[in-house]
Unconditional design. Structure first.
Ligand code: ASP
Length: 337
């Protein structure tokens, strides 16, 4: 059987870092050299791979819209030449990048698998090797036409994933959606959970760095402080509310903030702070004001998905009303209504 071809896009992150006097940091050329010396990657079972190292290599804390554009463009330019893609990425913002790419890569027909590790290759005991090898094998699997995140035995839908642990090797989960595959003794793909291929041609949407904000609600929050942040420039707000989308409603500054956002055409979308379940405003009196002021529910979307979906819809040039409508629609399997 002919070997499949996988493109590895290396963006940085712990996986390829080495120890420096300031702590772990990526080093140009180090990972490609290491991989070229890894006997496991010479196995007949491993697909052919080509590694593209992005410049500069980054700790993922520094990855945002411009780097998402760079990754998406690299996939777009190489789309026809490969059966699948593996994106090596730091774990800190991997769920954001996975979510962003899921929206940017429209009508995707091939697997795009993000992975990384909690311990770098340069350490004797590491999770880097297994994550990379399994991600490579899955990326050669044509039945997964979506952006996914592979980590420690589980393949997750990218825009459903979130980083759960800063130090455990099982660092990611998708609390509101079952895994797409499990890699135990065998790799088992849960076909029913995977998106279906569309007949529309593949295309890519670049993102524009737009001013948006995430406000986390907490007991005692003084909305007056937020009021000044809601300016004409602010295009969108993701509100992380309590439970099913509730907000303390005793503070008049809260209503003024909502009115100001409406006047400025700022989209407001409400996520829940809970890891599982849905924000559905209007169930309680404490979310009634949100509903009256045209705020929309993110349902069971992660904050990562809500933020990157906002960037995407703003970049598409949609009006406020269109963005509000589409934030509540399921575009890439990111939400359940
Ligand atoms: N700070 C690192 C990064 O996100 C952490 C990691 O990769 O695990 O790039």
């Amino acid at each position: 059987m002919q070997k499949k071809n996988v493109c590895i896009i290396y963006t940085g992150g712990t996986i390829g870092m080495t120890k420096t006097k300031n702590g772990y940091a990526p080093q140009d050329g180090y990972l490609p050299l290491l991989l070229s010396q890894m006997s496991e990657l010479q196995s007949l079972r491993i697909p052919n791979y080509t590694l593209i190292e992005l410049n500069p290599l980054l700790d993922s804390s520094n990855i945002a819209v411009n780097e998402w554009n760079q990754i998406a463009s690299t996939i777009n330019q190489n789309y026809e030449n490969f059966d699948g893609f593996v994106v090596l990425h730091g774990t800190d913002t991997m769920a954001y990048t996975a979510s962003a790419l899921s929206f940017m890569l429209e009508n995707l027909k091939k697997p795009v698998i993000l992975t990384g590790s909690q311990i770098p290759f340069c350490e004797v005991r590491n999770d880097a090797k297994d994550n990379l090898i399994t991600a490579l094998l899955i990326a050669a699997e044509e039945t997964i036409p979506e952006v996914c995140l592979y980590f420690s035995g589980k393949l997750l839908r990218g825009n459903r994933s979130t980083k759960m642990s800063a130090d455990e090797l099982i660092a990611f989960d998708s609390p509101n959606y079952p895994p797409l595959a499990q890699a135990g003794v065998r790799i088992r793909i849960n076909k029913n959970n995977v998106l279906k291929k569309t007949s529309e041609p593949f295309s890519m949407q670049l993102l524009t760095p737009s001013p948006i904000a995430v406000f986390k609600i907490f007991p005692g929050i003084q909305f007056g402080i937020f009021e000044n942040l809601v300016t004409k420039e602010l295009k969108g707000i993701v509100l992380e509310a309590f439970g099913s989308g509730n907000i303390p409603n005793y503070d008049h500054a809260f209503l003024r903030t909502l009115e100001k956002a409406a006047e400025n055409n700022t989209v407001i979308v409400v996520c829940t702070q809970c890891l599982r379940g849905s924000a559905q405003i209007g169930d309680y009196e404490t979310s009634a004001a949100l509903q009256k002021n045209g705020v929309v529910s993110a349902y069971d979307m992660t904050v990562e998905a809500a933020v990157t979906k906002l960037y995407y819809l703003i970049s598409k040039g949609y009006s406020k009303i269109e963005i509000e409508r589409m934030m509540e629609e399921n575009l890439r399997g990111e939400l359940t209504i």
